[in-house]
Design a protein around this ligand. Structure first.
Ligand SMILES: NC(=O)c1ccc[n+]([C@@H]2O[C@H](COP(=O)([O-])OP(=O)(O)OC[C@H]3O[C@@H](n4cnc5c(N)ncnc54)[C@H](OP(=O)(O)O)[C@@H]3O)[C@@H](O)[C@H]2O)c1
Length: 270
């Protein structure tokens, strides 16, 4: 088969509503399958980096760029391939807004975040490949949805959703930054410190809380679209167990030094 035939076949699949529906179903099944496991097993990256069955890990910074870069590429291709009759300057305002939000988040996550981090622990190939799989589904389903929908921006749910999204984005970046600064200015022989300031006074993982608020905002803007809800569920299913494990790790690591009033991810509650 010629390369061009291959490309045509891929584009045909990309536009096929049955493929899209199947992808949504797979995406929606992931959180109930993996979230319970993540309450017991640490995803092997960051502070829990290490061997899982076999010792095959990638350098943290490069791995984050690649695995998170997949989502904006899939999203952009979906926007361009699914509505081939329109070019970006013909997109409706709501489509431009959602596209801009997606790119803003992922340019930070894939490029600025790893660039600014003083160092990042290795990522096991299992975590790396899982993240790529999720980001393919994520970028593809959300991009196809945006390509096929437009809505007026002047409604309460859009204002509320966007307000939540931008608040969550700011919380996420602010607290990631506190963590970066800790490693930048403190003792070079130690990797992890007790974070202080901002919402760290209330929870161990405010960056995860911010990320969750962001994607709740997106789900609200889209009026509860299936891909945005699946993304929110995947984020909760991923980050809530991780926050729980990280919180337990902090208490175990720093013992009585660790503030006892802190919760894992939701102030005063969880
Ligand atoms: N939407 C999703 O499903 C999803 C999933 C995963 C992550 N994320 C987002 O991606 C970002 C990174 O996630 P993550 O799990 O790597 O977050 P994290 O564990 O909080 O780590 C963030 C950065 O800070 C460093 N760090 C963490 N705790 C530290 C401490 N106590 N002292 C000094 N440095 C510390 C880490 O270094 P090391 O790498 O060396 O640990 C890493 O570079 C977060 O903003 C998160 O919200 C989103």
């Amino acid at each position: 088969m010629l390369l061009t035939d291959c490309i045509d076949k891929i584009i045909e699949c990309w536009r096929d509503p049955e493929v899209y529906n199947a992808a949504i179903k797979i995406y929606a099944l992931l959180p109930p399958l993996f979230a319970p496991i993540l309450f017991w097993i640490d995803a092997p990256y960051g502070r829990f980096a290490g061997k899982l069955l076999f010792d095959w890990s990638f350098g943290g910074k490069y791995a984050w760029c690649i695995m998170e870069g997949v989502s904006p590429v899939m999203y952009t291709l979906s926007m361009l391939l699914v509505t081939p009759t329109t070019t970006p300057h013909e997109w409706q305002p709501s489509q431009v807004l959602l596209y801009g939000m997606w790119m803003t988040h992922y340019i930070n996550r894939a490029f600025i975040h790893p660039y600014r981090a003083p160092s990042m622990a290795p990522i096991h190939s299992f975590a790396f490949l899982s993240a790529i799989f999720i980001n393919v589904l994520n970028g593809y389903t959300n991009g196809v949805w945006n390509a096929g929908h437009a809505f007026p921006l002047s409604s309460t749910h859009v204002a509320l959703g966007f307000g939540l999204w931008i608040t969550g984005f700011a919380i996420n970046i602010y607290h990631d930054n506190i963590l970066f600064n800790l490693r930048r200015v403190k003792n070079a022989n130690q990797r992890y410190f007790i974070p202080r300031g901002g919402l760290f006074e209330y929870v161990s993982c405010p960056n995860y809380l911010g990320e969750t608020i962001e994607w709740a905002g997106l789900a609200i803007i889209t009026g509860g679209s299936y891909p945005a809800l699946a993304f929110l569920a995947t984020t909760v299913g991923n980050l809530f167990p991780r926050a729980n494990r990280a919180h337990a790790w902090y208490k175990d690591q720093f013992k009585t030094e660790y503030p006892s009033s802190r919760k894992a991810i939701i102030p005063y509650i969880l």
